[in-house]
Ligand binder design. Sequence first.
Ligand code: PMV
Length: 321
Amino acid sequence: MTTARAHTNIALLKYWGKKNTELILPYNDSISLTLDHFYTDTTVDFVSSLTDDEILVDDQPLTGSGLKRAKRVLNLIREQSGIQENASVHSTNHVPTTAGLASSASAFAALAAAGSKAAGLDLSDKELSILARHGSGSASRSIFGGFVQWHAGHDSQSSHAQSIQSAVDWDINLITALVDTKKKKVSSTMGMQAVVKTSPFFPAWVKSAQADVEPMKTAILNKNLANLGTIAENNAMRMHATTFGAVPNFTYFQPQTLAILDAVRNIRKLGVECYSTVDAGPNVKIICASSNNELIMDKLATIINRNQLLVCKPGPGIKYL
Ligand code: PMV
């Protein structure tokens, strides 16, 4: 029996579009920051008396596409280890479901780590990243702490994450503005499928996202918040532009999302470094130095309640408990 802890991450350069839906291979590299407070603890045991995998998330049996993905990861572990037994999986999310932060990244990273260890495998971080990717693309990045790059690659073995800067020793954090915490209407899988198939902006997105990679890495290594934030904000807006171009068109933005994006631009005009990023949902994450958190949160107070603002700091990679 093994327990592993994995933290969520937020993409500064987005993964948005699958080149291979079976293997979850992306069109472009992505870069993320792993976060501190939000994590998943998962315990896995392979038990001969079980007639099927038994997977509980926050004490509820996993169903639907989540179950399919978890079984895919467990089957790969069985293939690699030669183990035949079914698995008993208990997963606890310390990502408030209301936080609007992705729990799939931490969930599948923790499952890959705990499951492989419980099966007697001793995988490298790269191998764990490949395994976690089969559950959810963004999970490939949650194996590592701090700033992380997911290399798109060209096949399963070459598509994995790698650390850029694991110990973040400079002042950067995120303020998450929780616009709406209800389950989104268009899942990231559905959204990606739609833009890949129908958005004429998709090829331009892939080209510009890949072109962002080297400048973003340079900004991280130079600890340059202004460059990092500018590249991240533009990258996020271009990702969302693909949804406006889809047929039928759709958007993850809500009126309050746009109001916050606008407020962030205005605060920036006052000389305060802050930049927005938005995932496949209406919540806005504001990238800034922690020394400006209070000022920025005060400015946002006219748009959103203070208790809908959540500060997240850089966090660590996978751990065994
Ligand atoms: O890993 P998934 O299938 O939950 O997709 C994540 C997609 C985005 O959050 C929008 C971007 C990203 O790179 O995390």
